[in-house]
Design a protein around this ligand. Sequence first.
Ligand code: SF4
Ligand code: SF4
Length: 101
Amino acid sequence: MPDSTDDLPLCTACGKCCHLLVELTPLLDDVPEEYVVEHDGVRCMDQHGDGACVALDSATQLCTIYERRPKVCRDFQRGESLCRRAVLGKRGSLAAPRASL
Ligand code: SF4
Ligand code: SF4
């Protein structure tokens, strides 16, 4: 019987998941402040013009703040729908859970 994960694409280290908009989780994420930008009141990782996260090393495609990377980056799984969309070049965002007021 085929393994249920057989259809997962291998991570190609394409770096495209680091070109998605990354929302920061309030009271949890502790990334360098100079990498943060606010969109409509939501704190996010800043991006270069091509969408690359400012913490992404363009030469190695590795995260330069790996130990402090946001929760949504830690939770991101290879082969999940956003990975598949990213590999296909579609846009998306990694949204942090919103605090209930
Ligand atoms: S988008 Fe998917 S395949 Fe590309 S680096 Fe991220 S996890 Fe790997
Ligand atoms: S913080 Fe690191 S893992 Fe998250 S999108 Fe930026 S470069 Fe990628």
